[in-house]
Design a protein around this ligand. Structure first.
Ligand SMILES: *Cc1c(COP(=O)(O)O)cnc(C)c1O
Length: 367
């Protein structure tokens, strides 16, 4: 068959290990999954109630326009309804943007390491990928600017960055946007924005108003705890949304997801609580890292990248056997680090215990 030649260089996405498969393999009763930055507190109770109450005609296609969710969200954000695009997760919006703007001969600029889907989709479309190494876990915006040329169609910004958790201070981001040519789309992926506590975090709604070439991406998968339902959205000026829409599948988000997302938006207390408890768990990890002298990046997300100063896969494997699924940095561009999602207070305390047991064992082995 005459496959697109790019497919030969791409591997299928490797998901984190599932709870069931780890239970079975190691004969464990309980498993804690802290691998994919999901919300350890579940989702708002409003969600289940709203889904139970709804009478859904399963035989009919969903509202492809996501009308109710669109109108709720546009009121909350104070943007026009035609400034929003919905995706089957923000992953799909990354795909839509790539499909609409990337092709052989065009190039795209991104940090490295960052969220892998930018690169994956760009390669699939045959565009050249310009990856600019992170500096101290953050975007090197000057080097990214220099990499932009007449063939650059999309620049990807991930703030807070996955997998480091480092955010770009507002002043730097705005200065960068002022220098990017107006005909280059800048994607600001802020999947973790609801977790951010830093005072100098950007205001994407203001940026979208100020810059006609900016789209902000958000998701219901992280703080809202709806990863299984697949809903994300983009905010941009109507002209950008208008051009992206034909690249979107007509019924890409489903009825249950619309109902759940709308219900989740109405429960600000749940979001506030998740944010507050996330900071507590994060502080516990910071303390652990300082105690053991393990380098880490202060994180604005709900995850932390910890440098164990040894092969990450070894730490990963040992944690798996102890009943904790984490993410090995080997697949994320940090071969000595582990990315851990901040769980509940009990989960964080428990995994820190296991990390310490692992490290003590290591010390003994060395002596
Ligand atoms: C989790 C994540 C996403 C994808 O979220 P979905 O809406 O579930 O597709 C996008 N960007 C970053 C940086 C993420 O970490």
């Amino acid at each position: 068959m005459r496959w697109k030649k790019q497919l030969h260089s791409l591997a299928p996405y490797q998901p984190g290990r599932s709870i069931e498969s780890v239970k079975k393999e190691y004969g464990l009763k309980t498993i804690v999954k802290l691998a994919s930055n999901e919300n350890p507190f579940g989702c708002s109770q409003n969600v289940e109630a709203a889904i139970k109450k709804a009478s859904i005609d399963f035989n009919y296609y969903p509202d492809g326009h996501a009308g109710e969710l669109r109108s709720t969200l546009s009121q909350m954000l104070e943007v026009a309804p035609d400034q929003l695009i919905f995706g089957n997760g923000s992953d799909e919006i990354i795909r839509i943007i790539s499909r609409a703007l990337l092709y052989p001969g065009a190039n795209t600029v991104m940090a490295s390491p960052t969220f892998p889907q930018y690169r994956h989709n760009a390669v699939l479309e045959g565009a050249d990928v310009r990856e600019i190494p992170l500096v101290n876990g953050g975007h090197d915006l000057d080097a990214m600017l220099k990499a932009i040329d007449g063939q650059t169609n999309v620049v990807w910004i991930c703030s807070p960055n996955n997998p480091t958790g480092v955010h770009i201070p507002d002043g730097f981001l705005t200065a960068f946007l002022q220098k990017v040519p107006e005909d280059v789309l800048v994607v600001i992926d802020e999947a973790y924005c609801e977790y951010v506590t830093a005072a100098d975090f950007h205001d994407s709604l203001a940026l979208v108003n100020q810059f006609s070439n900016v789209i902000a991406l958000r998701t219901f998968s992280k703080i809202y705890g709806l990863a299984s339902l697949r809903v994300g959205y983009g905010i941009a000026n109507p002209a950008i949304i208008r051009m992206l829409e034909p690249a979107r599948e007509p019924f890409n988000t489903n009825t249950i997801a619309h109902i759940a997302a709308k219900a989740a938006l109405a429960d600000l207390e749940f979001v506030e609580r998740a944010k507050r408890l996330n900071r507590k768990g994060m502080e516990m990890f910071y303390e652990f890292c300082r105690k053991w002298n393990l380098p880490f990046y202060p994180s604005q997300g709900n995850f932390i990248l910890i440098n164990f100063k040894q092969e990450a896969n070894k730490v990963f494997q040992s944690m798996l056997e102890r009943g904790f699924i984490v993410r090995s940095g080997a697949l994320l561009g940090f071969p000595d680090s582990i990315r851990v999602t901040v769980g509940t207070e009990e989960q964080v305390a428990a995994i820190i215990n296991e990390f310490e047991a692992f490290l003590v064992n290591e010390c003994k082995a060395i002596v």
